[in-house]
Design a protein around this ligand. Sequence first.
Ligand SMILES: *[C@@H]1O[C@H](CO)[C@@H](O)[C@H](O)[C@H]1NC(C)=O
Ligand SMILES: *[C@@H]1O[C@H](CO)[C@@H](O)[C@H](O)[C@H]1NC(C)=O
Ligand SMILES: *[C@@H]1O[C@H](CO)[C@@H](O)[C@H](O)[C@H]1NC(C)=O
Ligand SMILES: *[C@@H]1O[C@H](CO)[C@@H](O)[C@H](O)[C@H]1NC(C)=O
Ligand SMILES: *[C@@H]1O[C@H](CO)[C@@H](O)[C@H](O)[C@H]1NC(C)=O
Length: 331
Amino acid sequence: MRALSVLTLAVVAAARALAVHPNRMHHGHPLLERQAASAAPTDIALATPSASSVIVGASAIIATSSRAPAPSVLPKPPSSSPPAAPNPVPTPLDTSISSSLSGECMSYLTNLLSNSTFLSCLPFSLLLQTSNSFRSQLNAAVGSGNFSYINDLIAYASSPAPDAETCDRVFAGYAEAVKERAHCGNDLNNGIPVARQARRGLGNYAAVRTAVGLVNPDSGSYCYLEAVATERPDDAYLWQLPMGNILPAASTPTCSKCSALVMNHWATWSANTTTLNGTMINSAASTINAKCGATFVSVAAQAENASATQPRFAVLPALAVLAPLFTWVLS
Ligand SMILES: *[C@@H]1O[C@H](CO)[C@@H](O)[C@H](O)[C@H]1NC(C)=O
Ligand SMILES: *[C@@H]1O[C@H](CO)[C@@H](O)[C@H](O)[C@H]1NC(C)=O
Ligand SMILES: *[C@@H]1O[C@H](CO)[C@@H](O)[C@H](O)[C@H]1NC(C)=O
Ligand SMILES: *[C@@H]1O[C@H](CO)[C@@H](O)[C@H](O)[C@H]1NC(C)=O
Ligand SMILES: *[C@@H]1O[C@H](CO)[C@@H](O)[C@H](O)[C@H]1NC(C)=O
């Protein structure tokens, strides 16, 4: 069992997901789509990140040549929350990272991925970090400039079925359960990356669910959509913070209302979200405020509590800072 890879986990889980949602059969198997996408020219850049690549959102690394010009008008949120996610529904934890999980952890995550409540709650937190099927859709949107699928996905994920409160509560339970020794406790102690990403994504569920629903009051579009649609990657980095990736000191997010909204959101939620911490929030806020003004992001309360640990301003070589974003692609 130990030797089974996460790919196997994803296969088993996807098969179960299909059994739960037979209607998805018409839209293809997520893994097959991923494999098909791997052969596409846009994916070549994924294996060899270079100066000609930009980073979009969590994990999409897209060759600049495959990017359509940023659309001048992005879609707006639908007037009422959609009853279902758009097809094909991206699958969390479908990456083929080769680190092996223990049998217990594999079994726990496999069961999770076959749980209809888990799937229905559509954890955007896990999609951001651990979903090839989501990354393919993001690549396609950026390549074509058509963001309506991502827009629909956000609309659903920010207000999922059965209801947001139930989903937040259920995921808070998962975030505790995953740590048990009989589940992924040993893997987490051993620092197995997939287990750690799973724990983060489960623990961040509510913080990311609410963040992804943030709308730019100036444009009326989702902030996440604007971050991934822009030609500069800096705003997308803000969405990496709850995944434990620090904001590169050299990055310059735009001084848009979205940058302030998203940062203030993480700052507020850091008080009750274990995977967000004051040190990284303050560091990011300082980087942004240096450009946008001292009061642009207000994280005073968190700053006081984190004062024991100095904000980190290490000027790391760009690639070292970016490395955490690449590791899952390369391993
Ligand atoms: C799915 O997970 C929820 C929350 O832990 C649980 O109440 C429910 O029984 C699970 N469903 C199945 C079919 O295991
Ligand atoms: C954009 O993509 C959606 C599917 O997500 C499609 O229905 C729509 O026709 C596309 N719009 C354009 C202008 O191609
Ligand atoms: C805050 O999070 C970052 C990124 O995960 C981590 O490197 C750092 O050690 C954390 N700091 C504290 C005080 O927990
Ligand atoms: C966590 O903090 C956010 C922001 O203050 C709040 O909206 C949310 O209700 C809190 N969640 C819990 C479970 O306390
Ligand atoms: C900071 O610490 C104080 C005192 O320990 C506490 O009352 C306050 O809630 C903390 N603020 C945050 C944002 O955690």
